[in-house]
Design a protein around this ligand. Structure first.
Ligand code: PXL
Length: 273
């Protein structure tokens, strides 16, 4: 029987990030994906590709979760963009209502379409209500600074310190992603399990951010955990998968190119020829 993975996240209408990237990743990695939509983000090409953000009604989110969890015995879930305190309440209640083998939280902290006050309330609710229920949390550099309270994260040692501080907020495993913004030639990620920090490195591919990289990494970790792979192997594999996807990126008219989730399997096929 195929393994199942569940994702609760937002739609990003250009196809680069959000639920679209998550479900593509699940499919590539051979797990059956089930998705619940929390919000719809439509970048505005007439306005510098700024965010237009529409939350899904909380009752409709609850209905989707009811349908998904009644239809399937789901035990591994990825949480992506939630976007409002009301959405966070519904999702936190659903997470608390059953046992999960893994809850992978990609703590998408800002949505540029929201006014700063609303964004702050959302960040606080995410930290208080969802973070303690996560088994794995995958902040990028910006999110790691906010969650750890560290103003500067520029070195591997500081990435590890941030992971340790975020671990103290509740999750069993923390994966901090250095990405293109951490100084140096390598893309550095740190996994901290409460005792040990494991560092993963790959050569940076250009200096530009690629849309969907964070979503794809967390979704690949989720898919591997759903298959029963242990966390260290899941993170190592997810990094290979997203690195291939960044190398094979899809050019777009948006300010950033986007990850191609099919690149890893394409590379495997080429290597076998
Ligand atoms: O990459 C973060 C992200 C996640 N989910 C949705 C998004 C974005 C970024 O734009 O729109 C729905």
């Amino acid at each position: 029987m195929v393994d199942l993975a569940y994702v609760i996240a937002g739609s990003e209408a250009t196809g680069g990030a959000g639920l679209q990237a998550d479900l593509k990743t699940f499919q590539e990695l051979g797990v059956y994906g089930v998705g619940t939509l929390t919000c719809i983000v439509s970048f505005d090409p007439k306005n510098g590709w700024g965010h237009r953000f529409v939350p899904v009604d909380p009752g409709v989110i609850a209905d989707q979760i009811e349908a998904a969890t009644a239809a399937h015995d789901l035990d591994v879930v990825k949480i992506g963009m939630l976007g409002t305190p009301a959405t966070i309440d519904v999702v936190a209640a659903a997470l608390a209502a059953q046992q999960w083998r893994h809850v992978v939280l990609d703590p998408v902290l800002i949505c540029k379409g929201q006014e700063p006050g609303a964004a702050l309330d959302t960040d606080t609710a995410l930290r208080e209500k969802v973070l303690p229920l996560a088994t794995v949390v995958t902040p990028n550099l910006f999110e790691a600074k906010i969650l750890s309270g560290m103003e500067v994260i520029e070195t591997e040692e500081q990435l590890i310190e941030a992971a340790q501080r975020i671990h103290a907020l509740g999750p069993e495993y923390v994966v901090v992603k250095g990405g293109v913004d951490l100084p140096g030639d390598e893309a550095v990620d740190v996994l901290y399990d409460g005792a040990q920090a494991t560092v993963f490195k790959a050569e940076k591919i250009g200096a530009e951010r690629v849309s969907g990289a964070g979503c794809t990494l967390a979704a690949a970790i989720t898919a591997e955990l759903a298959k029963g792979v242990d966390i260290e192997e899941a993170v190592a594999f997810a990094k290979e998968f997203v690195t291939a996807g960044i190398e094979g990126r899809v050019a777009a008219n948006t300010p950033f190119d986007t990850v191609w989730q099919g690149a890893y399997v394409e590379q495997l096929a080429l290597d076998q020829d």
